[in-house]
Structure formats: structure tokens, C-alpha cells
Design a protein around this ligand. Sequence first.
Ligand code: ZN
Ligand code: ZN
Length: 375
Amino acid sequence: MRIDAAASEGRSRAERLAQELGGLEVDALLVESLVDVRYLTGFTGSHGLALLLGESARAKLARHRFLTDFRYATQSAEQVPDSFEREIVSGDLLEAAAAVLEGTSGRLGFDEAHLTVKAHRRLAELLPAGWELLACNGAVERLRAVKEPGEIARIRAASQLADEALAGVLEGGLAGRTEREVAIELELAMRRLGAEAPSFPSIVAAGAHGALPHAEPRDRAISRDVLVTIDWGALHEGYCSDCTRTYATGEGISQLARATYALVLDAQQQGLAAVRAGRSGREIDAVAREVIERAGEGEHFGHGLGHGVGMEIHEGPRLSRTASEEPLRAGNVVTVEPGVYLPGRLGVRIEDLVVVGEDSQEVLTSLSKALTVIS
Ligand code: ZN
Ligand code: ZN
């Protein structure tokens, strides 16, 4: 399968990254994470690495390198653009990458989040004299955080697909079905609508179980007059979506459930309104968190407000108390998902996916956030 669009996007991405290498004080960058390799080269196989060359290294070594094994000879020839010299390696990829650098010298960047300590030690031994290793973390992830229009279109499509799947499942009601049944049906519906897979295992959590932010669906029937939190997403054309809605299974839910829902919705709307380019993830988290803290529920909102979504379900930038002070940029795609979890009683989380624009935003989630009864 030839993916022309992906290949041409891959070429410009590799060029953009190569131009940044000087600023990172490295002459070449070893890219090991398969998601990062796919982003840069378009390669969708399960074994490959890329060696990005900066200006000085390219003067001697010409093109960037893409290395894989014989199983992927045909696939990589179709997917990886010619700005990469493709090498089919019979032994170890790291060894082959080190061999490429023979006869040159400089600094090789790597990502500590992906290169194991063992691989780092081995690479240090394998590198030709004159080369040293320098940690260069998140270089590709930072590039990935700012989405191109084509990527946003894919995330939008994944999000629409996921919304449609849930709407269909809800027509069958919630009360009386087990959490697991609902989760399985939802995942099946996404597959039927064209998703490659769910973007993560779906969460369906009713009543007190909803107080666990990462609850696993149980084989237990959902009762009437409780809250049910559903957190799900689709993987479509390599891109993820992520959304959470909390529904009531009857008008008879408690006052506490109504009040908690109203509080989380208020925090979610204020947090969402605060999302814009130029603001840091930390600031935006604080806007939503303050709403929940003022209501005295700060201790029951234990996670960050949101995260970036793209080829991975959790990626940069983060919206949390410990997020960097770096401002959001137009093209970031992030979730806004405050929650209040009352142990032994109930939980509410509401999550939207939003594209950060220069002075606008596009909410990709289309489902209503008004408290809705699905019995
Ligand atoms: Zn989610
Ligand atoms: Zn999320």
C-alpha cells in the first residue's frame, strides 16, 4: 500500500527536524520509537529505526537513513521516501546505525524515553571514535504535538466515528446491561464504522465504580438511577480520538450526583474556554481546578486536566499542575477532562477533544454535555 500523502508529509517532517538538530547541538539523531519513525518516514511496520542527519553529517553521508530487516524490504520501499537511504539489515539495527557513522565524527542525539540503558551502553561501545552520545529528549514528540491539517482531519474523523458509535450503542439503553457488554458493543460499533481498533480499552463504570478514574468494565448489570462514566476513543488512519461522557440511568439519581455533575461540567466548560495558543498547560489546568477547589472537592480531582492526542492516545502537550510552562501552540490537539471521584459513592468525568487555534478553537466532540438520562 502506497501512502503518498503520508510519505510527502514524512519528507517535510524529516526536513523540519533535521533543521532543528543544530539548535539541539547534535549532528545526527537516532529515532527508535516506532511511532516517531512512522511520523518521520511513513513506515508502519514493527521493526525499524531512523537516523536523521544534520547539515554537517549530511555533507559526508548524504541522505538520512532508514534501517529495517528483510521482512520489510518491500513495504519500506513503498512507504519510506527517497530522502531516506533505505538499508535492509540482517543483524542488529543499532549496530548497523553505528556503522553508518563510520569515518565521520560528531554528536549523536537519542531519546532517553525510548533507548534502554542496555541499548545505550551497547551503542556507546559501537559508535566509531569521534562520536559521542547526547540525550535529546522529546525532539520528535515536540514536532508531533503541532498537527498538520491532514492530521487534524484524521483526528476529527476518528472523533466523529467514536461519537457515532456511542450514539448507536446508547439507543439500546444502559440500565440492565453489564458494563462489559456496553464496552464490547461500543468497540464493535467503532470497528464496524471503520476504526482500526479502539484507541485504548474502553471504560464503562457505573455507580460507585465510577469513582475509579481507570475503572475496568465489570460483568455486572448497570443499575437504574446511577451515573455511568464512559471513556472511549477510536483509532482511525493511525490517529486516536478520546472522549468521556457521564450519563444518568434514571431521573431518580441522588442530589449529590446532580451537584457533582454540575460542578464537573462547570469546570470542564471553564477549562475548555481557557484553551488557547499562548497559554500554558499549567495555567489551563489551574482554571478548571480552581472551580473544583472552590467547591471543596479539590482532593477528589486527582489527575491532570488533559493531554495531547495524536498518533498516541497520550502525548504532548500536557495540561496539569506539573506540566511545563511552555505555551500551547496552534495545531495542538488536547483533551479537557476534569473529574470528581467520591470513593464508594460515585464519579463524574466529562472530556472533550479540542484543536488549539491561533485565536480560536475547534471542539471535535459533538455529543451533548447536558446531563442526559439513558435508562
Ligand atoms: Zn478519555
Ligand atoms: Zn483522555
